[in-house]
Design a protein around this ligand. Structure first.
Ligand SMILES: Nc1ncnc2c1ncn2[C@@H]1O[C@H](COP(=O)(O)OP(=O)(O)OP(=O)(O)O)[C@@H](O)[C@H]1O
Ligand SMILES: [Mg+2]
Length: 135
């Protein structure tokens, strides 16, 4: 893994920044404009969750190569309250904040790989990837 971009998330402006940086990293990695938008949207949802549920955290963006594929990797970490029931949190419409409950499942659908680990009282980490074929 070459260089990575570390983005602290602690305010609304950071969410906007993370979204824009995600688009830029994806563009530099050769993703189509449509895929850039998709990646930015997924980052935005995960960043919004950090802000809403954990107050602060970070998003790390990087680009990886894997054979004939290149991918954008997004890792979002916080040390907030954690998620008690991960399976439910990943279902459409589940929200503990009166939201639409579409952020996590939406981000999962938008990306090619999506992994959520969380422990109550310790925090949450979301790792997601989007791939494109080289050449
Ligand atoms: N980083 C996090 N820390 C703790 N709980 C989280 C975190 N991210 C998500 N959750 C929990 O998972 C639930 C589902 O998240 P999701 O983003 O899908 O929906 P939402 O944030 O409630 O609504 P929205 O559709 O506006 O995103 C949240 O309501 C919250 O309980
Ligand atoms: Mg959300």
């Amino acid at each position: 893994m070459a260089d990575e971009l570390r983005l602290p998330i602690a305010a609304d402006v950071d969410v906007v920044q993370a979204r824009q940086q995600g688009r830029e990293v994806a563009a530099n990695a050769g993703f189509t404009s449509g895929d850039q938008t998709v990646i930015a949207a997924a980052i935005s949802e995960i960043a919004r969750n950090i802000l809403m549920y954990a107050k602060r955290g970070e998003i790390v963006l990087s680009v990886v190569a894997n054979g004939d594929r290149q991918g954008v990797v997004v890792i979002a970490r916080d040390q907030g309250p954690g998620i008690r029931d991960i399976a439910r949190a990943l279902q459409d419409g589940y929200s503990t904040s009166g939201g639409l409950g579409l952020g996590l499942p939406g981000a999962k659908r938008l990306m090619d790989e999506f992994e959520l680990t969380s422990a109550v009282g310790q925090g949450t980490t979301v790792t997601m990837k989007k791939w494109r074929r080289l050449g």
